[in-house]
Design a protein around this ligand. Structure first.
Ligand code: LMR
Length: 396
């Protein structure tokens, strides 16, 4: 039965981990996957998480099935973070939130639900976008197209082209938007541009789907939620996938959520009932641990403050690495202006390195990056940054 099965290509991002782990060189550096490492090159276990885990383990809770939509306290905590603690949408019962298996899981249950609503809609993702967006919506059965986004010349958003494209889309099109810290480019829209996107969605009757996997990595929890806030104020219905993989450094626990903003409380009840069917037929109900830990941290004022401080520490360290890399490339006589790296936001930078240059970085220096030239700044540290700057300067 497997004779006709062809070898699939490695995943463009997670496949790099496989190759990196198999690499025996000691100085190797993984700038591929979007993971935050501390200055010692380790994935941190946050102190707030450790404290909540200890309490939980001491209590030895039973491991029964969760509700299909996950832990109520967790879903509430997600709504407070994503929509704001004083959100009218939340208090009026218009938001449906279901715990999901990371941001990817949230996108997947959202995609499956959307497919049931309108099987013929097309999905539009930014050009470029996170590699898995296309694959994920295609595997849910959608036709996936691009809308213009990144401008290589300015290293910013080509907003004129983007807006014109949005205004030309058929009604009912699903548009995937990166709420903050655009992956892979690090180029975000201004607040004013977001407001125009909201109006374009209203005018063209588009279905906005905000992917927010990096809340807190640009300017802060509240600041990074501007896009969600603008959509919330618009009266439109929309989707938000969110994730604690990065902000809680809980990658492997798969803690994310899908939130759907509906027109009213009664509609919310119907939407939740259908979303539960999607979840039940995918994985039944989510695992307990990660969501319980996140809920415990966010419900405890001291732990929450500790977490916000730790998140700020990650954000600041990434920023420091951005400025340092720009300076170190200049010190090495690189003629090209890399100042855009310091201006980009979140974990990534779209360096402009070609696929061939990325290949040389890997083969000759053991430095792994995505073939599109995306690097993860959060994997740089004070010990490896000179090595990386040397290698990039040579490759250029
Ligand atoms: C990334 O873009 O590297 C992360 O979002 C991890 C992933 O799942 O691809």
């Amino acid at each position: 039965i497997f004779t006709a099965v062809e070898m699939a290509p490695r995943d463009p991002i997670l496949g790099l981990n496989e190759a990196f782990n198999a690499d025996t060189r000691t100085g190797k550096v993984n700038l591929g996957v979007g993971v935050y490492y501390d200055d010692n090159g380790k994935i941190p276990l946050l102190a707030a998480v450790k404290a909540a885990e200890k309490t939980r383990m001491d209590a030895q809770p039973p491991r029964g099935y969760q509700a299909i939509e996950g832990l109520g306290a967790y879903n509430q905590a997600v709504q407070n973070l994503v929509f704001g603690a004083d959100s009218e949408l939340v208090s009026s019962g218009r938001v449906v939130t279901a715990e999901a298996l990371g941001g990817t899981g949230a996108l997947k249950i959202g995609a499956d639900f959307l497919k049931r609503l309108d099987a013929n809609a097309s999905v539009y993702i930014s050009d470029p976008s996170w590699e898995n967006h296309r694959a994920l919506f295609e595997s849910a059965g959608f036709k996936v197209e691009n809308y213009p986004y990144y401008d290589v010349a300015t290293r910013g958003v080509n907003f004129t082209a983007m807006k014109a494209a949005l205004l030309g889309l058929p009604a009912g099109s699903i548009i995937i938007l990166h709420a903050c810290c655009h992956n892979p480019t690090g180029a975000d829209m201004s607040d004013a541009q977001w407001a125009e996107v909201v109006e374009a969605c209203r005018e063209r009757k588009l279905v906005p789907f905000l992917d927010m996997a990096y809340q807190g990595f640009a300017d802060g929890i509240e600041e990074d939620a501007v896009a969600v806030r603008l959509f919330s104020a618009s009266g439109l219905q929309f989707f938000v996938s969110s994730s604690f993989s990065k902000s809680f450094s809980m990658y492997g626990e798969r803690v994310g959520a899908l939130s759907i903003v509906t027109a009213n409380k009664e509609e919310a009840g119907r939407v939740l009932s259908q979303l539960k069917r999607v979840i039940r037929t995918n994985y039944s109900n989510p695992p307990i641990h990660g969501g319980a830990v996140v809920a415990a941290v966010l419900a405890n004022p001291e732990l929450r403050q500790q977490w916000e401080d730790e998140l700020a520490g990650m954000r600041d360290r990434i920023r420091a690495m951005r400025t340092s890399l720009v300076a170190k490339l200049a010190e090495r006589g690189v003629a090209q202006d890399f100042s855009f790296v310091a201006a980009q936001r979140g974990m990534f930078s779209y360096t402009g390195l070609t696929a061939a240059q990325v290949e040389v970085l890997k083969d000759e220096y053991g430095i792994y990056a995505v073939s599109t030239g995306r690097i993860c700044l959060a994997a740089l540290n004070t010990k490896n940054i000179d090595y990386v700057a040397d290698a990039i300067a040579k490759v250029l």
